[in-house]
Design a protein around this ligand. Structure first.
Ligand SMILES: O=C(O)CCC(=O)C(=O)O
Ligand SMILES: [Mn+2]
Length: 198
């Protein structure tokens, strides 16, 4: 067995100017399908609007914010929902795999290929200088795109059902990331990004 086969361990993805690591299947107390169904039905999903370049837009996805602190991005102030027992169990598994602590999680629901997330960095001041952000995905595979801010490097990572991606170090400073729209008939995907809000 080599490094890449270690069960439950994140595998580093070599990248300039930041740290990235992927675990193809995070061990959880419930099956991926059960987690997906419960999050789908138990979450008070919202279609939020955000202000981009002074104009208000509906976000092309549904979201829910849980945690201990409120959070502001793109002119949108999110008041957190209280942690549920399911989200606390998932958080414990994510924290164990990452060796990091998280006090907040943003849930994103991509209903089909038309839902997306524009290229951005998670660089809000309340996340601190070099934030660790853990991204856990369920349901349909979507391609996570990374683009370097100062050169033409880019990376495409298919994020499969049950996969965990950890972004850390200088990654948010030097890279943008996002999820493009797809013309394919894709099923639903739920993504959880765990963060530590100061
Ligand atoms: O859905 C994803 O994989 C990306 C989510 C993301 O970047 C975010 O919530 O900030
Ligand atoms: Mn992000």
């Amino acid at each position: 067995m080599d490094l890449f086969d270690t069960p439950g361990a994140l595998t580093p993805i070599p990248i300039d100017d930041g740290e990235l690591a992927l675990l193809s299947r995070l061990p959880l107390p419930l099956s991926n399908a059960e987690v997906f169904e419960r999050l789908l039905h138990e979450t008070p999903w919202r279609e939020e609007s955000v202000i981009v370049f002074g104009k208000r837009h509906l976000q092309p996805r549904l979201t829910a914010w849980y945690g201990d602190a409120s959070y502001t991005y793109s002119g949108l102030r999110l008041e957190p929902l209280p942690w549920t027992p399911l989200l606390m169990e998932i958080r414990a598994a994510v924290e164990a795999a990452c060796g990091e602590a998280f006090n907040s999680v943003l849930l994103n629901r991509y209903r089909n290929g038309r839902d997306s997330m524009g290229m951005h960095s998670d660089n809000e001041p309340e996340l601190g200088e070099e934030p660790a952000i853990a991204s856990l995905s369920f349901g349909a595979t979507r391609t996570f795109i990374l683009k370097h801010k100062n050169n033409r490097q880019s990376l495409r990572l298919p994020l499969e059902d049950g996969s965990l991606l950890l972004m850390r170090g200088q990654l948010q400073r030097y890279w943008l990331h996002g999820i493009n729209k797809s013309a394919l008939p894709l099923g639903e995907r739920i993504n959880l990004t765990f963060r530590y809000v100061v």
